[in-house]
Design a protein around this ligand. Structure first.
Ligand code: 3PG
Length: 395
């Protein structure tokens, strides 16, 4: 059920689970993307006359009140994005919360304290959830990025109150379904990042789902090593060579083509524009060199692969993109994907913290069909796992 299924909500108390786990530096919020994502849901409910209560976690305080993780710290940022006043309520349940909620008028917005200040949140304690639900009439989950957690406010509440998917949740689920649920074929996946070990389950799942699996980043070194390539001093999980082999065998059987770089950008030290920088064939990496990016020829070939595809799912950069010029492959392939998306020949979905940063860096994030704000939840979805927060809404 979505907000389209709401009846009259005038004066009703709507608990809206959002993701306010926002990046902070020196006490200031540095990125409000997640607030912007939930703005349509919050304003829609407020404009329909509900009393909107925002419910979210912040950091990992593990059941202790910790002033450095109070949601009061993000109240100003939320108000700025929404352009409305937001009343901070330093509790999530009980008398104090009930009194504060009583003061709210239809259309007002309240922000409850960090749900993880109470142990019941992560334990998914039904009593904790019941105490929160006692002050409310309905529950809206708009936090896909927290839906991989079976916590009281991401999962438990959906069983206690009439539950709805918010607009951001709805958009996310529709986009993800278009990408892997019922995608237009052929489908390509780009999986990058430093380590195979963090994305094993993703790779294992994807080989049975996609037609082309493009592996980049440090994890490509492990696959190259498994194929007998000497990657010099590169980051490489040699102990996972057999696992990489297995993934490549499974891909073969499933008719999925695995693309590994055949030229690479190498250097003897990791620094911006190092003097030892060069591009070479993967078989020519010297013993004292490290691979930091996919080479230009391979990127061009990968662009040609994308031209044959209808759907793209992207997680993880192709190189050490934060340091120049090791951003080149990620930027080039992202621009090709963005151009194909603009032409209408590709549906492109990307997610994961680094990935969004990399696509922003390439200046193409707005041109992708959909960019997920989720980190861990996006990965678990790519692993083909059921997300408890989503499953509870579907029940
Ligand atoms: C995130 O930032 O990815 C989500 O808010 C989940 O946070 P968590 O990993 O602390 O559960």
């Amino acid at each position: 059920r979505t907000l389209d299924d709401l009846g009259d909500v005038t004066g009703k108390v709507a608990l809206v689970r959002v993701d306010l786990n926002l990046p902070m530096q020196d006490g200031h919020v540095t990125d409000v993307t997640r607030v912007k994502a939930s703005m349509p849901t919050i304003l829609e409910l407020a404009d329909k006359g509900a009393k909107v209560l925002l419910l979210a976690h912040f950091g990992r305080p593990k059941g202790d009140r910790n002033s450095t993780m109070s949601l009061s710290l993000v109240q100003g940022a939320v108000e700025n994005v929404l352009g409305r006043e937001v009343m901070f309520i330093p509790e999530v349940s009980g008398e104090v919360a009930a009194q504060a909620i009583g003061i709210l008028r239809p259309g007002d917005i309240g922000l409850l304290e960090n749900t993880r200040f109470w142990k019941g949140e992560e334990k998914n304690d039904p009593d904790f959830a019941k105490a929160i639900a006692a002050n409310a009439d309905l529950y809206v989950n708009d936090a896909f990025s927290a839906a991989h957690r079976a916590h009281a406010t991401t999962e438990g509440l959906a069983h206690l109150l009439p539950a709805y998917a918010g607009r951001a949740m709805q958009a996310e689920l529709e986009a993800l379904d278009r990408a892997l649920g019922a995608p237009e074929k052929p489908v390509a996946a780009v999986v990058g990042g430093a380590k195979v070990s963090t994305k094993l389950a993703v790779l294992e799942h994807l080989v049975g789902q996609v037609d082309h699996l493009i592996i980049g980043g440090g994890m490509a070194n492990t696959f190259l090593a498994a194929r007998g390539v000497d990657v010099g001093k590169s980051l490489c999980e040699h102990d996972l060579a057999a696992t990489a082999e297995k993934i490549m065998d499974a891909a073969d059987k499933a008719g999925c083509t695995v693309h590994l770089p055949y030229d690479v950008v190498v250097a003897k030290e990791f620094a911006a524009n190092p003097p030892s920088l060069r591009t070479c064939n993967v078989h020519e990496v010297a013993a004292d060199e490290m691979v930091f990016d996919v080479g230009a020829q391979a990127v061009e070939a990968l662009g040609d692969v994308l031209k044959t595809c209808r759907t793209l799912v992207w997680n993880g950069p192709l190189g050490a993109f934060e340091t120049q010029p090791f951003d080149a492959a990620t930027v080039a392939l992202a621009r090709t994907a963005a151009a194909l998306t603009k032409e209408g020949s590709l549906i492109s979905v990307a997610g994961g913290g680094d990935t969004v940063a990399a696509l922003n860096h390439a200046g193409v994030a707005d041109d992708f069909t959909y960019i997920s704000t989720a980190g861990g939840a996006f990965l678990e979805w790519m692993e083909g796992r059921e997300l408890p927060g989503v499953a509870a809404l579907e029940k």
